[in-house]
Design a protein around this ligand. Sequence first.
Ligand SMILES: [Zn+2]
Ligand SMILES: [Zn+2]
Length: 324
Amino acid sequence: MELRKDYILDRWVIIAPDRGKRPEEFKSEDDIYAHDKGAGSCFFCPGNESQTPPEIGRIKDDSTGKWKIRWFANKFPAVDKTSTPAVKTDNTFFTYGDAYGDHQVIVETPDHSKQLPDLSEDEIMQLLKVFSHRVDELGDQPGTKYVSIFKNSGPKAGTSIIHSHCQLITLNKVPPDIQEKLDAIKKFESCPYCDIIKTESKSLRHVHEDDTTLTFTPYASRFNFEVWIFPKHHYKRFSDFSDDELFDVAAALKRVLRKLKELNANFNIGFFYAPEGEDLHFHIEIMPRIANWAGFELSTGVVINVVSPEDAAKFYKGEHKQES
Ligand SMILES: [Zn+2]
Ligand SMILES: [Zn+2]
C-alpha cells in the first residue's frame, strides 16, 4: 500500500491493490438499460425533436439529410443566462454570484442503441469537432470564463437518459480544479505535463501510444481504472488539433472505452483545456465510477483506490491475466 501525491497537485491517494481480484470481478451489476423505455418514447431520438428545448445546432448526414449530432439547451439547467455574471463579496465570509451561463446537451448519435464506445472513430472525431466549435463560440461570450465539456455514462455517473449524450456548462469563473492545475503549472519552468508524458510513455502505466496521443493510467489514480489521454504536442485547446490528429484522439478514446465496457462500468469523462490567456496542456480524463467514495475520502480528500494504476494499465493493454 502506498500513499501517493498527484504529479503537481497537493492531492493524495492511497494505492491499496486488491490482488485477489481480477478486473472482471469489478464488473458492475447495474444494468443501465433496465429502466429505459426505448426508442419510441425517448426525447433524444429522431422524430421527437419537438420534445426537446429548441435546437441550437446539428451536424447533418450528407447522404440522408438527417442529423448525426444535435445540440440544444438542457431542459433542467444548472446555470442560466437570465442572471448576471458578476461575483460579489459582502464581507470576509460571503462571496457569491449568480450561476450564470449556458447548459447544453449534445446528442452524440441518432441511434438509441449505441453508446459512445460503439460509435466509429470518424463519428467520435465529428463529436470532438463539435466540442471544439462549442468551446470557441461560447467561450467568446462576455462573462464566460470557461466551457466545461463532460460526459456522464450510467446511473453511478449521474446520467438519467440512456440515449448517448454529452453536456456542456459555461461558467463565469475559471473552475477551481482548472485553476488549481494552472497554479501548480506556474511553479514549473516549462509545462510539467510535457515531461510527465515523456516519463509515462516508458512506465508501467503506459497504455497506448500513436503519432498524436499518449494514453496512460495516472500515477495517483483516484478512480479504479482511471485513464488519461494527452496529445504529445503541447496543444492547449481543441482547435489546436488537425482533423487527422482529432481522429487519433477519437481512436484513443474509443480504445479505452471499449475496454471499459467489458466491466460494464459507469464512467465520467472530463475534457480539460487552457482558458483564454492561460497555459494548460489539453487532456481528457476518463473516470470510471466503480467504487463509491465514502466517509474517509469525503472527510479527508485522500482517496483509497484498490486498483493500482499499474494493474489498470495491464487491463487496458489486455495483459491482466492473474500472475501465478
Ligand atoms: Zn433515444
Ligand atoms: Zn505541455
